[in-house]
Design a protein around this ligand. Structure first.
Ligand code: GTP
Length: 399
């Protein structure tokens, strides 16, 4: 080959190489989908803030956002499809308390072990009974239940002369069980069976910081694990982060969240839209998170009362769950009373029972409100919420 032929050959090879590179770059560019609106991979779409008191609007719920939903119309929908986030399959709710029992037993060690030790002493004198009383009061059992328990135990242990540890444990178990589950027709099931044409509506109320939003998120997972279609309503519009937090819980299990993008928007309107979206999507359950500022009772009453009234335009609210932080003791009892005067509480959720030796609060709060504990929170993990089962609870206390 002479020089001219060499130059022509090198030029052809160089051009072919350049063409290939351009092709690869262009191809990669086409396959790269643009970020979904808002970026960051979140799929929560936000609605304009509703007008104050404008609850009864129709046709404007355009915000049923879901990780599996499709964003707004585009010329090339296949290029704009966001990557579907991984949807988790939560643990089944059955038997959860048994699984989480070790946490309850650990934190309430002082109660169960302490009582058993005291009751197994050779001599059950007045001082020992005082110590037993103190242990029960420290566990927040409340004065009346403590007196009742001591009277009954005194009678059975002293009079019958029961001494061996197994027998004492059995008597204590029976007496604690009688207090935790007084058998006055306390129905611990959640009212989550939807009526024809509308979902069951569950409102979750409580002071901020008690674990309300977390509980709504965990409860959504319990329901999803039980094959329910759920819609979340972020009616805690007082703190914008609360709606973000709720939407994140929902996203993880493929549950849509209805929210407003405006801080301080009308909570009743958001709750109304959530139920409306639940009806339209034929959901089984709508869970509504609310704000619980306790600045004064009148303000709270106005806000929660309005949310309930507006939601009831769609049909009755089936369940009102009051979330109480078990670590707050008597303070929590005070909150419970205020809330129960404001709304008709139908069930109690006791959170943070993993971090307190005050398991006796279950008895105290049921007595004070005449309403059953239906769920308990036993940790910060997503599946650390369990249906309350009196037998498993008492067994854990005495483990
Ligand atoms: N250890 C423990 N922590 C919990 C439990 N439930 C909730 N928490 C924690 O309590 C803190 C407050 O929970 P939130 O759900 O934000 O409380 P909130 O009542 O909704 O408060 P706002 O978001 O301000 O309305 C969070 O750090 C939760 O992880 C529980 O059962 N055990």
């Amino acid at each position: 080959m002479d020089t001219v032929q060499w130059i022509i050959l090198v030029a052809i090879v160089a051009l072919a190489g350049l063409g290939g590179t351009i092709g690869l770059v262009a191809g990669r560019g086409r396959r790269q989908p643009p970020l979904p609106p808002g970026g960051g991979g979140t799929t929560t779409l936000e609605r304009p803030a509703p007008e104050e008191g404008d609850g009864d609007r129709s046709g404007d719920v355009d915000v049923l956002d879901s990780p599996t939903g499709t964003p707004g119309a585009t010329a090339e929908p296949e290029l704009l499809e966001p990557e579907a986030p991984e949807v988790e399959r939560p643990d089944a709710s059955r038997g959860r308390l048994t699984r989480l029992r070790a946490r309850l037993a650990r934190s309430n060690n002082a109660l169960g072990r302490g009582l058993l030790e005291l009751l197994s002493r050779d001599k059950l004198d007045a001082d020992t009974w005082d110590e037993i009383e103190e242990t029960l009061l420290l566990a927040d059992l409340g004065v009346d239940p403590t007196t009742e328990l001591i009277d009954r135990l005194r009678e059975r242990v002293t009079v019958l002369g029961v001494r061996d540890t197994e027998h004492v444990r059995e008597l204590l178990r029976e007496e604690l069980k009688a207090l935790v589950d007084p058998g006055e027709g306390l129905d611990r099931s959640l009212a989550i069976d939807h009526a024809p044409g509308r979902p069951a509506v569950v409102m979750v109320v409580g002071v901020n910081g008690t674990g309300k939003t977390t509980t709504v998120g965990k409860l959504a997972r319990v329901l999803v694990a039980d094959d329910k279609d759920v819609v979340l309503g972020a009616a805690d519009t007082f703190r914008a982060a609360a709606a973000d937090q709720l939407a994140t819980w929902g996203d993880r299990v493929g549950v849509p969240t209805i929210r407003s993008d405006r801080d301080g928007a009308d909570p009743a309107s958001v709750a109304f839209d959530a139920v409306k979206a639940g009806i339209e999507s034929e959901a089984d359950v709508v869970l509504i998170d609310t704000a619980g500022r306790l600045q004064n009772k009148v303000g709270l009453m106005d806000e929660l009362g309005k949310v309930k009234r507006v939601v009831e335009k769609h049909g009755p609210v089936d369940e009102i769950l009051l979330v109480l932080d078990a670590t707050t003791g008597q303070n929590g009892m005070q909150q419970a009373k205020v809330f129960s005067e404001v709304v008709n509480v139908t069930g109690i959720v006791l959170t943070k029972l993993d971090g307190t030796a005050k398991g006796g609060i279950v008895v105290a709060v049921q007595r004070a409100l005449g309403v059953p504990v239906k769920l308990i929170g036993l940790g910060e993990g997503p599946d650390d919420l369990a249906p309350f089962e009196p037998d498993a609870f008492v067994d854990a206390l005495l483990a």
